[in-house]
Design a protein. Structure first.
Length: 174
């Protein structure tokens, strides 16, 4: 998807203005505004045009806006999939073969290694924007590893077979 395609899907500036008005004069307004605006976007991300608009409206340098967005891992600069899948690669999950889960997931979704290299490496969104897969360091569920989180549902003691069923159910309910 090109930046031009993304620009066509940006949040209306009037909605952004309402969010800015809601937080004007409050501590932490930049963070709060960015969080809420990201949630307004269909693909849960902050396009460059949106960041530029917020920068201009708040009279905050764009570099400062980018420093906030790139510091916090919950902000997205690329379109996200309808479904979020997070695979833990922390020590406990790694020792219980979460890499096998990740590889199986890429296989289920048709993601090839060359496609991964063209992206961040820590996350990948399928071309149809159906799934975003993220690698995370730890969920703090070590005793129940390996752990995968799908759309805010935590799956513990995950197996390739269970993961395949979850993905199949998401495809069927789309």
């Amino acid at each position: 998807m090109t930046e031009q395609d993304n620009a066509a899907k940006t949040v209306d500036n009037k909605l952004i203005d309402k969010v800015i008005a809601k937080y004007r004069g409050k501590p932490g307004l930049v963070l709060a505004i960015l969080e809420e605006v990201q949630q307004l976007h269909e693909n849960k991300y902050l396009p460059k045009s949106t960041l530029e608009y917020i920068s201009k409206k708040l009279c905050v340098p764009l570099s400062q806006i980018y420093s906030v967005v790139t510091f916090y891992s919950f902000f997205n600069l690329q379109p996200q999939g309808k479904h979020s899948i997070q695979v833990c690669r922390g020590t406990a999950c790694h020792s219980k073969n979460s890499k096998r889960l990740l590889d199986a997931l890429y296989c289920f979704l048709g993601i090839k290694e060359h496609m991964l290299k063209a992206h961040d490496g820590m996350f990948f969104t399928t071309e149809d924007n159906m799934f975003t897969v993220r690698i995370v360091a730890c969920f703090g569920q070590c005793a129940l590893s390996p752990v995968v989180v799908v759309d805010e549902t935590i799956y513990t003691n995950m197996t390739v077979e269970k993961l395949k069923r979850v993905i199949k159910d998401l495809h069927e309910n789309h």
